[in-house]
Design a protein around this ligand. Sequence first.
Ligand code: HDE
Length: 750
Amino acid sequence: RNPAKAVKDVVESAAEKVTDVLAPDLPGAPGSAAPTLAEPTTPHEPLPPKPEQGAPQTRTPTGATTGAPATANGQQGAFLTTSQGARLRDTDHSLKAGRRGPVLLQDHHLREKITHFDHERIPERVVHARGAGAHGVFTAYGTAEAVTRAGFLAKGRSTEVFVRFSTVLGSRGSADTVRDTRGFATKFYTDEGTFDLVGNNMPVFFIQDAIKFPDIIHAGKPHPDREIPQAQSAHDTFWDFVSLHTEAQHHTMWNMSDRGIPRSYRTMEGFGVHTFRLINAAGETVLAKFHWKPKLGVHSLVWEEAQMLSGMDPDFHRRDLYDAIEAGAFPEWELGIQVFPDTPEETFAGIDLLDPTKMVPEELAEVQPVGTLTLNRTPTNFFAETEQVAFHLGHLPPGIDVTNDPLLQGRLFSYVDTQLTRLGGPNFSQIPINRPHAPVNDMLRDGFHQQAVHAGVAPYRPNSLDGGNPFPAGDDENAFVDVPVQVAEAPKVRANPASFDDHFSQARLFWLSMSPVEQEHIIRSYTFELGKCYHQAIKERQLQCLANIDPVLCAQVATGLGLPAPEPTVPLADVTPSPALSQVGRQWPADGRMVGIVVAPDSDLDGVRAVRRAVLAADMVPLLIAPHGGMIGDLPAQRSFATGRSVELDAVLLAAAPAPAPDALPARDAKAGAAGSGTVDPRVLLMVEECWRHAKAIGAWGSGVTVLEQAGVAGSPGVVTGEDGSEVFAAVGQLMANHRVWERFPASIA
Ligand code: HDE
């Protein structure tokens, strides 16, 4: 399947459908004689799931059957029933003693319906509550075969996957575009047992030891007294903790960078963070770190855009993911591994591989591609799949093992434990989305919500009553290997290795690897977040941390806060920057990008049609924005000036200079009475101003050029004009491959 062509077909057919819906001879259309849509009265079977949207399969036999269909989907037959299958006549009225009388206690249908509703909500995840998931497939290149025996990484092997992306701090209903770390958790349903790679979009973590996890999360979550702010790190308790517990400084730097506000899940990198141990067929081991590389490149929002989106479209990332998949523009990532020799020191190039606050720059250890992940199916039911999916680091196939990273070790305990409360008991792996696709023959029995009807009498080993079943796998029968790593003869201590004491060198490495524009964004986010704190002592303490990372960074933030910049208290680390960490200076495919085209009835509609075709041919998505909804000539308006806003767009093209529509608010300049202004709808001017501020490409032709002049952006970088719309779009498309018109951002420290 050619995703590029698929997007084009879907977008074109969607545009046709818009036209169809608006055609007057369809039911419900204005002027149509046809009846409006009504509830059907003839009984029929439930509607089938959307095409290609079946629930996850299971290959796990559940033992003896009770007679219920193995693939029961919860909805069968034409008639409404109770949960026990008794048909019902009425679900709209309670059973009452007379039409005006009291409701009777005996109304068992009412009580069943309300009781179930009362318990529909389950506890949200204590962290990563807000998320979006999708199904897909992972196909291996075979390049990892030399270092791991994991079958799903063997050449050409395809494995079904479910991925859940998330923010960390916010509640389940919080906005997608807040400044935060993003979760990137992947469940590989391998035929040797499920493998969960439960990573983030940043390669390092706040803390080195799992015992500090409740502390960092309590500090980041809303204040316990007033429960504000929601899904933000810009508050006193967060900065109190990270400035005291300085091992958090490296991760905090990533949060304050553009990585904290991704443009899309599709443009995020993913990292396993910890170092894992891989075992090959010969029993040899290496240490390895996992990386996900997005095919569309790493791309972020700008802070004002992110803030506006939190109000305009709190579901921005979720919608983007689903829209892309449903349009056939399947998001793709390449899985890569950094491989290190498995030495007793567990270090590489002087970097302690067990310290999760440290990364290994790609320039020192290349990320070797091992396969491609393609997300190609949205969930059928959010709760059943995205909400009930349960990841766990201990879900490991033969060929992948853990290391002694103390953060990883604590996580091995936490993830099953949390499901006991969240999913109500120990049988969560029987929930459809969590069912392994490998045969399961465990000896776990009973417990809340047991779904299986296990056969046999001997769920223990050894036994003779069940014929000895289940049997342990022999050496050559691909069992999980616990690598017999030598454990040091050492006293029990609550202490870290000395290398864990370096808290600033990699934060400095990250800072020095950024382009001037990215550094400016980092300065602004520290200034914003610390500016939201009330306690002076916390701001001063964080400034001290910044001084230990880089005096220029510290001085700039101090100026913004109106505080003196302290001197470093530790020697500044001598580090080599890693250019791979910067998002600037590279070109990426612009597939799936949104191009707004502002049109009006007097636009050159043939020109607009040609531009629309050119946008589709470039695998981007054209959005026609017009003074009103409905049709502009024979073209459907997808947004009106009332519903469209710049933050949804990656670039804007102006094919008109529309006069203020009746629903427009008075123009700012018109109020001031400025000469020559006020002839363009102020919402169009605002759109252009915002696109300019957010460093997006802008193009105009014909009367559209007037808009650029009135918005005061004509002639500036990344603003293209011409006689012909298609030529203007060609130039804009080139600019979009850079992601932003970077030179438009001020870079005060350049
Ligand atoms: Fe998690 N984490 N975590 N975490 N984590 C959870 O598990 C925890 C950490 C990550 O989409 C919880 O099922 C501890 C690092 C993701 O369902 C919980 C520690 C990384 C998700 C938990 C960490 C992550 C979680 C909450 C410190 C990146 C969402 C609900 C030792 C490598 C998975 C749940 C999803 C979720 C505990 C640190 C990633 C409570 C104790 C480091 C992506 O078990």
